[in-house]
Every structure is written in structure tokens, then in C-alpha cells.
Design a binder for this molecule. Sequence first.
Ligand code: NAD
Length: 345
Amino acid sequence: MTSSKHQTRLDDRILVAGAGGFIGGALVRRLAERGHTRIRAVDRKPVGDWYQRTPGVENICMDLSEKENAVRAAEGAAEVYNLAADMGGMGFIERFRVECLRSVLVNTHLIEAAWRAGAERYFFSSSACVYNTDLQKDPNVRALKEADAYPAMAERGYGWEKLLSEMFCQEYWAERGLETHIARFHNIYGPYGTWFGGREKAPAAISRKLIEAKDTGHREIEIWGDGHQTRSFCYIDDCIEGIDRIMHSPDLIATPINLGSTELVSINELVDIVEEIAGITVTRRYNLDAPKGVAGRNSDNTMIRSILGWEPGATLREGMRHTYAWIEQQYNDRKAGKRVVEERW
Ligand code: NAD
């Protein structure tokens, strides 16, 4: 990988926290494909439950909200990627605010441990949920630019945890010289993510519902909210590419930056796309009492374009085609009694 100060060597130890999850698992695979030989992957879930396991990687089941575990995990690490958090779609983060807030313990211990271990750089996975919710009350939103996080009025629980952890990253750089990098992810989706069980997000949930409708012949699905709420969705491959670029940019030290797509769609438009991929149409039943989050949210990519000369490029249609195909395979495997990606926490 390229580097802002030291060239990271392929035999440097790299820690990926939250490696049993969706984005962490994809990052580990990418690092291994690039030839990194000393990857340490850590997650609280038992290793058998990880979404992906990459051969040749040191996989450890450990709770990083415990200080001693964070110290053990960061030992000897040149780079630390913190992708560990208790999270899920709106159904999860609106209901389990305490769990979301408690993720602050992971970052608090891990950044201290990384600094003490002499790590060269530290990555924190922040979220668009840090943005002021007052700016997201209309589906025809103005895209959110990085400065819109303050004055702060983040999403309760999850968003405030992210905002505070961002501040830790900024102050560890300012006061202690630990090089930190912060990306604000906007709805990442793709294969190897949660697709049922309660933590799944809209792209996976809608795919699963359409697959079920097709399979059972019951052509009706429930949609959370009125379907007019808008979002942009970023494909996993773009997210992993962005993490690498942000982590190794000398112009992005301790500087939160959006990592998302600018292709804004309503949830109804997302359903249209998945219907087209599935080759069926369904009756949409709107559940206005279900969690639906802010009315609209989009990523302003002016900063990432100007600093990195790059931004996520996959179209939603293209990304959803891969995602749908993977979930359909999972659905069929589950039906056949085979083991599938599952959320048990
Ligand atoms: P995920 O739930 O699939 O993965 C997170 C992983 O962290 C899980 O496997 C979980 O077991 C692990 N974890 C939680 N607490 C832990 C602890 N105490 N010790 C060790 N491991 C622990 O989620 P994801 O989608 O891969 O998200 C990764 C990161 O990106 C998170 O910080 C999340 O908040 C952030 N993020 C994701 C999205 C998105 O759309 N997926 C959007 C914004 C931000």
C-alpha cells in the first residue's frame, strides 16, 4: 500500500478490528490479496460466525471493549483499522442506543493501545449519522458536506458515539502525534453483509423480501416508512478502495471525510431497481410506524474529489445486481439446509 510518511511493508503487522463483520471482512480479504502477510483479524463473534475468513490470517475472537484485549490486539501493529462497532440498520440503531453508545469503549481503548504500541496510522470508521439531523428533514436534501456535522445534532446514540470517537482521533493526532484517518461512511452495501435477522439495511432487506416474494408467490412486501425517504448507497468495493486511499493520504490526517455515493434515490426507487433485477413486481405495503431514520441524506463529494481525485464509482444498479445475486444464493443455501451468513448477536 502507498503511504503518507512510511511505506507500509507487506510484512508489517496490520490489525483489523471488527474483521468478522461486513466491511472488516472485505478489508481483510483485500489486504491479503495485496500480499500482506501479517494480518491480525479480531472480532467479538466466535470465528466460526465471521462473514468471511481469509486464509493465512491470524483470526482472534476477542472483545475489544476490554482494555487488556485492545492492548493485546494492537501489539506490534504498524496500522490499525477500527471497524468494530455494535451496529445495524435503522431498526437496530433506533432501538439499541445503549449498545451503540458503548462502542465508544472499543475506540477509546484501541486508539490508546495503538498509540502506546507505536502504530504508524490509525483508521476510524465513522458514519453519515454524525451529521446534524436538522439538515435531513426533507427528502429533497442538500447533500451533506463535512462541515455539516457542527453545530452538532447527531443521530441519538449511534451518531454521537461516532462524533465523540472522531474527536478522539483528532486529539490523538493534535496532542500525541498519532496519525489518524477518519471516513464517514454513507450506507455501505454489497455481498457478505447481514441480510436477515434484524440488523440488515435497506438494500439487503429489500432484496431478501423480493426473493421471498418470488419464491413463495406471495407478491407483497412491507416497506418501512412511506417510501419517499431518500438515501445514497455505496458499494463495498468502492468503500474498501476509499479506506485505503483515505488511510494513506497525507492530506487527510485527522480530517473526517465523506465516503459515499452521490446517486440519491428514494426507497421506492430502490425497490424499482430490485424489482427489475428480480424480474417481478410486487404490491408495496407501507408501514408508517416502522423505524425510517431521517427523511433524506446524500453525500457531498466535493472534498474527496478535490483531495483524492477519486470518488465511489459503482452505480446502484450494478452494485445491487451483485448484492441480489449473492443474497439469492444465500437464500437458496439456507433453504437447502446449508450454512449461511447469519447474525446471532
Ligand atoms: P458489522 O456489524 O458487519 O461489523 C462490525 C463488527 O464489529 C461485528 O462483526 C461485531 O461483532 C464487531 N464488534 C462489535 N463490538 C465489538 C467488540 N467490542 N469487540 C470486537 N468486535 C466487536 O458492521 P459493518 O457494516 O461492517 O460496519 C463496520 C464499521 O463501519 C462500523 O464502525 C460501523 O459503525 C461503520 N459504518 C458502517 C456503515 C454501513 O453502512 N455498513 C455505515 C456507516 C458506518
